[in-house]
Ligand binder design. Structure first.
Ligand SMILES: Cc1cc2nc3c(=O)[nH]c(=O)nc-3n(C[C@H](O)[C@H](O)[C@H](O)COP(=O)(O)OP(=O)(O)OC[C@H]3O[C@@H](n4cnc5c(N)ncnc54)[C@H](O)[C@@H]3O)c2cc1C
Ligand code: FES
Length: 255
């Protein structure tokens, strides 16, 4: 059952991307909550802020995310969770690689790493309007670099190319990645070549969010309970990874 919470803050983060803050505590970095928008739907959202005042960062793609993005301070939403297995943040040097709204669960990881010299960040998006959390990341890391596909901010190119460059320049003990699945597929390949262990956060259609209904299963693993964060050795054999996902009607979509 959802806890009803009152939205206290709404911040426009970028083009079609909005952060909602509300009083809700608990959760570890990389975990997600099921968000109920009364009269519309219930959808999974990563926690972009944790602590007493939690936050989610929503990219508008369809009906539920549009309804969430239109909410204002004082409006109510239902929250269930937190759920899932989040990031396993190792000791040593970490590189966070975020594509677009994929920066949301990575910000929770950055907030949990108390030493700005041991975590670097590569943020990428299609264009400057979709780069989020750059300033917030700069407050948590000594080396934050940005790329855009069209060159409107930072270096021109993909965030995986940027991350590969960083892995050639410095040594890391782990890479944490979140973003479009095709990006994660290339990131995994880049990490394999650089011999750096990698974790990625995956998205699949979710109903219960708590490991019971089976709607998020990929090759026997429940994304909601066994993930959403998976280790490289777990995803490398997933038949759907970087290729397709199940739709609400039971068919399959390309990622
Ligand atoms: C664990 C987890 C964490 C997530 N965290 C975030 C987050 O922090 N911020 C955020 O904006 N979104 C996040 N998502 C994705 C979000 O849940 C979906 O975008 C949302 O459910 C779409 O609902 P809708 O009704 O707006 O769109 P729909 O009408 O359901 O879909 C609109 C379009 O988006 C596509 N779509 C639907 N679901 C997904 C999905 N999971 N991934 C990619 N494309 C999808 C559909 O194929 C369709 O083309 C997360 C998903 C999961 C599983
Ligand atoms: S959403 Fe029900 S098992 Fe994952």
């Amino acid at each position: 059952m959802s806890n009803m919470v009152t939205i206290t803050d709404v911040v426009t983060q970028g083009k079609g991307i909005t952060t909602l803050r509300f009083p809700f505590s608990g959760g570890s970095p990389g975990q997600f909550v099921m968000v109920w928008i009364p009269g519309i739907d219930e959808i999974p959202m990563s926690m972009s802020y944790q602590g007493d005042m939690a936050g989610i960062t929503v990219k508008e793609v369809g009906e539920a995310t549009a309804a969430l993005s239109a909410l204002r301070p004082g409006d109510l939403i239902g929250i269930r969770g937190p759920y899932g297995r989040g990031w396993d943040i190792p000791p040593g040097r970490v590189l966070c690689v975020g594509g677009g709204v994929g920066m949301a669960p990575l910000m929770a990881a950055l907030d949990a790493i108390d030493d700005p010299s041991r975590v670097d960040v590569a943020i990428g998006a299609r264009n400057i309007g979709e780069i989020i959390f750059e300033e917030r990341a700069r407050g948590r890391s000594d080396d934050v670099r940005v790329s855009t596909d069209d060159g409107t901010h930072g270096v021109k190119g993909t965030v995986v190319a940027l991350a590969s460059q960083m892995m050639r320049e410095k040594s890391y003990d782990a890479v944490l990645g979140c973003g479009p699945e095709i990006m994660l597929r290339f990131l995994l390949q880049a990490c394999k070549e650089a011999e750096v262990p990698c974790q990625v956060s995956l998205e699949r259609l979710m109903k219960c969010g708590s490991g019971l209904c089976g709607s998020c299963v990929v090759d026997g693993l429940r994304v909601c309970a066994d993930g959403p964060v998976f280790f490289d050795h777990e995803v490398k054999n997933m038949s759907e990874f970087g290729r397709c996902r199940r739709t609400a009607s039971g068919g399959k979509d390309r990622v």
